[in-house]
Design a protein around this ligand. Structure first.
Ligand SMILES: [Zn+2]
Ligand SMILES: [Zn+2]
Length: 435
């Protein structure tokens, strides 16, 4: 017998446990939820990877009516035990799934917990999906609300030590194009995606102001330009040393292009592997190259740590936190900046905004190495491949492309049409690129 004035919602819940309104499984709910969700492609790709690796294998086949706080707590506990969800028996983690010869990268499995930020994302995703299930009247209550949200992980800023940063820069300058990117990452603290999206017309050589207006997003092989992470444009003043390096780098890029008979456009990308700088560098390429370089030096590092290095060094040099937050593009008025900068003893105050070059590792004197013959040949091959590809995909449209230079033209190049150092300085507003 039901009590006379029992809360209707409670009754609904009780009824539901007995006969759920839907027999849908967690997989079916998630498919439906993702189908109606309006999110950026990068977020979607992140969600799909979480679903594939963690949620679907453990919860996917269960009926949504069977999910409760206890199920979810066990689910989180399992992920905290081992991110690989192993069966606790000894095994070897192989470096690749395809047939291979084992080397030192194939090692006995050690259980490691899944990172706190992943657990948070899983919780958010499940909460959203079950919230919708309640709105769609598939369920009376949201079971995710009955489990504790995994704690927000505390950021552990781990920037390279100054001697490591100096070594990284030295190693990177072995290839001037790569060295310039790493140098700019250190001095500006810009995000990897923002560095990839930089174009020459966003750097004002007259005032030394670099405008950060967009970022490159990447999912798999597809890359596209989008808004910055906090949807804000920002302007960073480059220190004189960095500005001089950028001027030299621009000359180098124009020289390389001129050797191949092509011009750099004002809106071409600053960092590119294409000789005409028409295509940006991909964020993943930058990450992989940086990690490989650090591995050669004997460290396990990620390029994002350079952002923490920049924050740490600027704050240690006495630059006020709000200014550093503005430079790095952090929201929240400096709270994030303080979290990601490693604590250290205060240093004497230097000039605000424009960091003193003394804070940063020194750059090599011979950075403008002459363009070698093999580099010329690889650029030329790259250009021919690109043109062949373009003419295959667009046979009739588009302007006629410049003539690919002969081998003789490359080995005895004409002088590049490029403003000299003094000319660029006298042109106050924009970088003067050959039209
Ligand atoms: Zn192996
Ligand atoms: Zn394990």
């Amino acid at each position: 017998m039901r009590p006379r004035r029992c809360a209707p919602r409670l009754l609904a819940e009780v009824d539901e446990r007995r006969n759920p309104r839907t027999n849908a499984t967690v997989n079916q709910l998630l498919d439906r939820y993702l189908g109606v969700l309006e999110i950026e492609d990068t977020t979607r790709a992140g969600y799909e990877s979480i679903l594939r690796n963690y949620i679907r294998p453990l919860l996917g086949e269960l009926s949504i009516a069977r999910i409760n706080g206890e199920t979810l707590d066990s689910f989180y506990a399992e992920l905290r035990r081992c991110h690989a969800r192993c069966d606790r028996r000894p095994r070897i983690d192989h470096r690749t799934a395809v047939e291979h010869k084992c080397d030192r990268r194939c090692a006995p499995h050690v259980c490691k917990p899944l990172g706190g930020s992943y657990l948070r994302q899983i919780h958010t995703l499940l909460n959203g999906a079950f919230g919708r299930a309640v709105r769609w009247q598939w369920l009376g209550t949201n079971p995710v609300q009955q489990s504790d949200a995994p704690a927000q992980p505390r950021p552990m800023p781990d920037p390279p030590a100054p001697h490591q940063a100096a070594r990284i820069v030295e190693e990177a300058w072995a290839d001037p194009d790569w060295g310039m990117l790493v140098w700019l990452a250190i001095t500006t603290g810009a995000r990897r995606s923002e560095l990839c999206a930089l174009r020459w017309d966003r750097l004002d050589f007259g005032t030394g102001v670099l405008s950060i207006r967009s970022a490159m997003a990447q999912v798999g092989k597809r890359a596209w330009e989008k808004d910055t992470k906090t949807h804000q444009h920002r302007r960073i003043v480059l220190d004189p040393q960095t500005l001089a390096l950028m001027r030299g780098y621009l000359q180098r890029c124009a020289q390389q292009a001129a050797l191949l008979g092509i011009d750099l456009r004002q809106d071409s990308y600053i960092f590119s592997t294409a000789p005409d700088h028409a295509a940006p560098m991909r964020p993943d390429t930058v990450t992989q190259r940086y990690s490989r370089m650090c591995t050669r030096l004997g460290w396990t590092m990620h390029i994002h740590q350079l952002r923490h290095y920049s924050a740490t060094e600027l704050i240690a040099a006495g630059v006020d936190v709000r200014t550093v937050a503005g430079r790095l593009g952090h929201g929240g008025g400096g709270a994030t900046t303080l979290r990601v900068s490693a604590p250290g003893p205060p240093r004497p105050t230097s000039e605000p905004l424009v960091p003193s070059p003394a804070v940063y590792p020194s750059c090599p004197r011979h950075w403008t190495t002459p363009l070698g013959r093999s580099r010329c040949r690889s650029l030329l091959l790259g250009l021919r491949r690109r043109r062949a590809h373009t003419s295959r995909s667009r046979p009739t449209s588009g302007p006629p492309s410049a003539v690919v230079p002969t081998r003789q033209a490359i080995t005895s190049p004409a002088r590049p049409r490029w403003p000299t150092d003094t000319e660029s300085r006298s042109a106050p507003r924009t970088a003067r690129l050959p039209s």
